[in-house]
Design a binder for this molecule. Structure first.
Ligand code: MSP
Length: 660
């Protein structure tokens, strides 16, 4: 079986880890976990980039030795990745001895190599140009922003620099690189990035200098000991040195020399180095090249670049504190296709948390387990054959993970979760439970449902390892996210299920971030009101029940209250009312009939979120038309800070039951 080697960039230790670093590392980790779930041999490498001018400068500014700065900040990266549940197989540091030995071994081969044009791959020359100390790279004129020749990425002035350096003859590798990429021997994804790289080759590749006279913090060049190796030559080599290249480690043979897939996951800021410099250096050294570079998009927040200086940051630690680690991993990988640039907003995070995690996934797990506790004495019912084949789902989901289509893989799991939720509504286990003649049918339904929950947990485990482990533990399958578990029927009949714990309790939006009210509040100055007056006032366009303000609402007697016919309704179907952002049109089962009710909740609930819910309905409200759609009743909802939160019914109460 082909081995699969996945690497992240190694991160600079001159600054603290941030959400961008977390994003790449979580993605690479999810990929590795999915590969392992599929039974592949996979190895994940991450680490820190510790040499070069930047580190030297920051250490000087902080008045500490470089190594101390590196030790301190490298430990921070490691701690953050540990707290993000990143299951790396190796954490490489470029100050590790095994790395330095490896770099020198690679360099030795590059230094004596002959380039494709017959000349030596490394030569001595003078370099003059605009140098960005933060990128650690020279910039072309068109990469500078005026005034002050600022670097496009860092928006800091570049420095005019002249040095007598060693150069690598990249220009001679143009045709070879082009052929590698066009043939797919070096795959670059997404396509737009591949085209970008090909365009850079078309524009003409320039040789680059591979030694630095001005920097001391690095690996000395053997041929010229007063120079250190250019930090990118040093850093890129980590992908090979970390596997013990210099020491003939079997890991190097397995994952690099004879490796099936050698994949670098990188940000779009460092494509040139990974798609051009690195393959050419390896070609010169006559070592195998990466087979695939996947380029991740950049995250902005509220439309602006994430940057400490502007205070526009995504704080992963605060998100983890408020929502839990799994939710953070899930959101980063679900919200946008991996590879695209996208914008992070707190609103989108909260919406996904409540809709996907609390509602769809969390509810499925708790409903399924609660029913087994209630109807089967908390034990797994007898095993039955699958209702439908699930191997296509498993295969397609794992294949999408392997292509780094995390959002796609997760959407397949969510379709499976929605099907399971709908199956509960359609089968009505609470009705079957009343009829002893349907015992066998109920057991079979619940066994299949538990298997569906188990499969959902396994398939989300690459992204949400903790939640998956908790669900599997509740099902009596401890720590078993393994390939063998992907088959049908691994749940042992008779196993006692653990008590149901809520996985993702719904969260409210923080008060400060409140939006304009959706249902109009009752005007306080109007003094005497009956309930029906209050309804008239409060529900202009949307028949969501008004929030009853503490003051200004009339005291009514029970004789008034009983005029309102409140019933439990079960939402069978829902869709948005065309051309309305607010209105949702629902078919609600009221026991003796199915009613069409239109409610102003569409900004807060997607149609699929309400299907299967039990809600409270005002059943004797005169019909009215909203946007041309007839509504026969009104649903009750609370409206904290202008949102609409549906009133829920605690338990499987039959539709049509009166609410008093
Ligand atoms: N040390 C080099 C990489 C050497 S690899 C041989 C480096 N380090 S870095 O600390 O600057 O990390 C860059 C990587 O962090 C990017 O390539 C990307 O993967 C990730 N990101 C940093 N900011 C990001 C965003 N705002 N959005 C998404 N990813 C970002 O470059």
């Amino acid at each position: 079986m082909k081995s699969f080697y996945v690497t992240t960039p190694i991160y600079y230790v001159n600054a603290a880890p941030h959400a961008g670093h977390a994003y790449t590392t979580i993605a690479a980790d999810a990929l590795k976990r999915a590969l392992r779930l599929a039974g592949r041999r996979a190895f994940l490498l991450t680490g820190t980039d510790e040499h070069g001018q930047n580190i030297e400068r920051v250490a000087r500014e902080q008045g500490i030795p470089e190594q101390e700065l590196c030790d301190r900040n490298s430990a921070r990266f490691r701690a953050v990745f540990d707290s993000l549940d990143v299951a790396y197989d190796r954490f490489i540091r470029t100050t590790d001895e095994v790395h330095k030995r490896g770099v020198l071994a690679i360099w030795e081969r590059v230094a004596k190599a002959t380039a494709p044009d017959g000349r030596s791959a490394v030569y001595s020359g003078t370099y003059a140009g605009w140098y960005c100390p933060r990128c650690e790279g020279f910039k072309d004129e068109d990469e500078l922003v005026q005034p002050d020749n600022r670097c496009l990425t860092h928006e800091q002035p570049c420095e005019w620099t002249e040095e007598q350096n060693l150069f690598f003859r990249l220009s001679a590798y143009s045709d070879w690189l082009k052929a590698e990429i066009e043939s797919g021997r070096l795959r670059i994804d997404p396509e737009v990035r591949r085209n970008e790289v090909l365009a850079v080759i078309r524009d003409g590749l320039k040789d680059f200098s591979v030694s630095r006279a001005r920097v001391k913090w690095g690996i000395p060049v053997p041929e010229q000991p007063d120079h250190v190796l250019y930090v990118w030559v040093d850093a890129l080599s980590n992908y090979v040195t970390a596997l013990g290249y210099a020491d003939g480690d079997p890991l190097y043979r397995e994952f690099w020399e004879q490796g099936g897939v050698r994949l670098h996951v990188v940000g779009k800021d460092i494509i040139r180095f990974h798609c051009l410099y690195w393959p050419a250096l390896l070609k010169a050294a006559e070592l195998p090249r990466p087979t695939h570079v996947f380029v991740q998009g950049h995250i902005t927040k509220n439309g602006r670049k994430v940057a400490k200086s502007t205070g526009n940051i995504i704080d992963p630690e605060a998100l983890i504190r408020d929502f839990g680690l799994d939710a953070v991993r899930y959101f980063l990988l679900r919200e946008a296709p991996y590879g695209a640039d996208w914008d992070f907003t707190d609103d989108a995070f909260l919406k996904r948390f409540n809709a996907d995690l609390a509602n769809d996934f969390g509810n499925l797990v708790s409903r399924a387990l609660t029913m087994v506790h209630r109807y089967c004495d908390g034990r797994v019912p007898p095993r039955v054959a699958p209702g439908e084949d699930r191997s296509a789902l498993v295969e397609s989901c794992l294949a999408r993970y392997e292509k780094l289509e995390f959002a796609g893989a997760l959407s397949e799991v969510w379709a499976h979760v929605a099907r399971a939720n709908q199956a509960i509504v359609a089968f009505e286990p609470w009705t079957a439970a009343k009829d002893p003649a349907r015992r066998g049918e109920l057991d079979a339904f619940l066994y299949r449902l538990l298997e569906d929950v188990r499969l959902a947990a396994l398939l989300v485990s690459p992204v949400m390892p903790r939640a998956a482990t908790r669900v599997l533990a509740m099902l009596g399958r401890d720590g078993l996210a393994s390939p063998d578990e992907l088959g049908w029927g691994r749940l042992e009949p008779g196993t006692a299920l653990s008590p149901v714990e809520p996985l993702f309790p719904r969260k409210e939006k923080p008060a400060a971030a409140g939006e304009a009210a959706a249902p109009a509040p009752i005007e306080k100055k109007k003094e005497k009101k009956t309930v029906s007056d209050a309804k008239k006032d409060a529900a202009p366009a949307t028949p969501v029940a008004p929030a009853a303000a503490a003051e200004g609402v009339a005291i009514i007697g029970i004789e008034d209250f009983v005029k309102v016919d409140l019933r439990v309704g079960l939402v069978k179907e829902a869709q948005r009312v065309p051309k309305s952002d607010k209105l949702l049109q629902m078919q609600v089962d009221l026991g003796s009939e199915v009613r069409q009710i239109v409610a102003g909740i569409a900004e807060h609930y997607a149609p699929e979120q309400v299907v299967g819910r039990r809600i409270v309905v005002v059943a004797n409200l005169a019909p009215r038309k909203l946007r041309g759609v007839e509504s026969n009743g009104m649903v009750l909802a609370a409206s904290p800070e202008g949102r609409a939160v549906l009133l829920a019914v605690d338990g499987d109460v039959a539709p049509g039951t009166k609410v008093k």
